[in-house]
Design a binder for this molecule. Sequence first.
Ligand code: F6P
Length: 363
Amino acid sequence: MKKVLVATGGGDCPGLNAVIRGIAKRASREKDWEVWGSYEAFNGIMDSPPRIVKLDESNTGGIHVQGGTIIGTTNKGNPLRFPVKQTDGSVKLENHLQLLIDRIKELGFDAVINIGGDGSQEISQALFEAGIPIVGVPKTIDNDLSSTDFTFGFQTAVQIASDSLDRLVTTAASHHRVMIMEVMGRNAGWIALYTAISGGAEICLIPEIPYDLDKVIQKIRARYDDGRGFVNIVIAEGAHAKDGTVTGVEGEAGRQSVRLGGVAFTLSQQLKDAGLQAEIRETVLGHIQRGGTPIAFDRVIASVFGVKAMELVLNQKFGQLVVLRNNDFSAVPIKEAISTYHVVDPKGTLVQAAKGLGICFGG
Ligand code: F6P
């Protein structure tokens, strides 16, 4: 039997299990392929004894509707910069790529499918350049991977955020308040932008358009002056004022970037310091956006990604990332997909349309 190893890396995301099931189902249509999962990204295969599990109908049946990932994940296990605790308590980042390559070979894997975001696909590319037959699947609620119209998980996150905004609007209107809702997305404003349009927010603040506080205040005051008397703001966790920086926690061991969070409170304080009299409330949506069952759209693209990834393995098309482009499924070199970061274009159609709807970006 030939064996393909599957890993899920980075933050969990609705649709991961649908990809795993898609791979297992497609592989089961062949006589000579087995699918194995490595627990917690590549940590499972690196451990001795390895923590790996055979994936077949018995443990993948029906999992496409479940959130999370049945093989677990981590965003602190990058083999290119693996965090190793030193005797003095400090953490050193070591390159474990060769160790990983040795393990993949020792355990007799013929191919690897790596499901993850930009960090995970950077690992895929390094493995591919070192001769490992590998295929990537683009995952992230942030939708910040280039070369694909959508990553799976994004639409589910937007749906959850939009439903949440609907619930906040009623309090905003009833109490004449300014409601600030913070959504995820790292350094991309996709979740915030889609949510603001879908939920009818008055203000949307995203990392790609650093905001001018005066413009935000002007918009809020205009809403009170024209009698509407309430404001809904959607702010992306990576947003910041023109002269400010992001809000978050730096220096978490093994993490490659600042852990963003709390900008709703930063903005609230800025508005109060500027003398805004309105009552303000903050909601940080957090991991609610990543939890639970994927919506139908994400189940579909994740399932198809799984099938297509296995077919790339069968056809020996390695170093490729499965993608959704122009409403069709195809593949692009992983190298191409990780060469740029997919962010919102401030001059693009969506932002312009949002402005047409009266949404203020504070820019
Ligand atoms: O990349 C997905 C994501 O949810 C980001 O939107 C967010 O910044 C980050 O992960 C949160 O990471 P953690 O789950 O480690 O708090």
